[in-house]
Design a protein around this ligand. Structure first.
Ligand SMILES: [Zn+2]
Length: 320
């Protein structure tokens, strides 16, 4: 058994009904330009050729134009279309694919309603941009609470900084946050700006009391590696006077970047029950999918125990 916990499929057909014609144009141009057009059958055949037996599909990315800048009604409409399409993909695949849904966070009420649909659509979880300091967005709290209550895992997935504009959602208080995060030397993988907006987001979750309050909240951090976790966790603990590692072990999972130096030591620290094999299949070299097919070899060459290997490659996902 080999479970791939983060992959992407381009699904232009799912936006055909969309009201926003301009959006459709951007979407198709994006896929034609990047060569990302790939059918689910092609995707599955490529994955199976590597031994993958199950693949989780995440939203393709804000570069498509589906993001928090979109006008509210269009975003809600596209959210429903996208999530319906993912549900159809999952149900047609006889258990090969699972998928996360996308939430139009610019409309809290619609997103709350959509979380009920996420359950009936049989989607695994939800995808959110990982560069917004959610813990400081009090208006987003009901959404995280509902994910907790309905036991819907949240993928906080790598999002490019250049798609980020501070004011794209309702006002978020950044006061001191960048300074706190920038006071050390750590950096998460794929940092693309002068500051590390992902670490600002991560820190903000510990500033809020959500992690203490929402006991069943499960968060998967995708494409950020794990080498930053130990030093940054120490920084959180000392600046917020808390045991952040205990909260990390309780609430967070991380997709593997096994080629990183010190990967085994870093996973020893956070726990072998916390890492998930992920190929990023569907993205090409321009977006981090260049390792497709190599990650598994890298993991095999790490001389892991059978238990560690099984945890990474399927057990941890099954236990989520
Ligand atoms: Zn990904």
């Amino acid at each position: 058994m080999l479970i791939d916990c983060d992959a992407h499929i381009s699904t232009p057909d799912c936006f055909v009904q969309a009201k926003d014609v301009e959006f459709n144009k951007r979407y198709m141009e994006h896929y034609q330009r990047t060569g990302h057009l790939r059918t689910p059958d092609q995707q599955r055949a490529e994955a199976e050729s590597l031994g993958v037996t199950h693949q989780l599909i995440n939203f393709f990315g804000t570069g498509t134009g589906l993001n928090y800048h979109l006008q509210r009604d269009n975003a809600v409409n596209l959210m429903q279309i996208y999530n319906n399409s993912m549900s159809t993909l999952v149900k047609k695949s006889d258990g090969f694919f699972s998928a996360t849904g996308w939430l139009a966070m610019q409309d809290v009420d619609a997103s709350l309603q959509e979380l009920d649909r996420i359950k009936t659509l049989e989607l695994f979880g939800v995808f959110m941009d990982d560069t917004i300091p959610w813990g400081r967005a009090s208006w987003a709290r009901p959404i995280f609470k509902k994910c907790n209550d309905l036991k819907i895992p949240v993928y906080l997935h790598f999002t490019k900084w250049d798609h980020h504009i501070d004011n794209r959602l309702d006002f978020i208080d950044y006061n001191n946050l960048k300074e706190i995060v920038c006071s050390g030397r750590w950096s998460s993988q794929c940092k693309t700006g002068e500051i590390d907006p992902f670490l600002c987001m991560f820190y903000s979750l510990f500033e809020s009391n959500w992690l203490e309050e929402f006991k069943d909240l499960k968060i998967i951090i995708a494409e950020r590696g794990v080498d930053w976790v130990r030093p940054f966790s120490d920084h959180i603990s000392s600046t917020l006077n808390m045991n952040s590692l205990a909260l990390i072990k309780k609430h967070f999972w991380f997709t593997t970047e096994p080629e990183d130096d010190g990967f085994k030591d870093d996973v020893d620290y956070i726990g072998w029950d916390k890492v998930l094999f992920a190929s990023d299949h569907g993205h090409d070299a321009d977006c981090g999918g260049a390792n497709f097919g190599k990650d598994l070899e890298t993991i095999k060459n790490l001389n892991l125990s059978q238990e560690q290997y099984d945890c990474i490659t399927f057990k941890n996902f099954i236990n989520l």
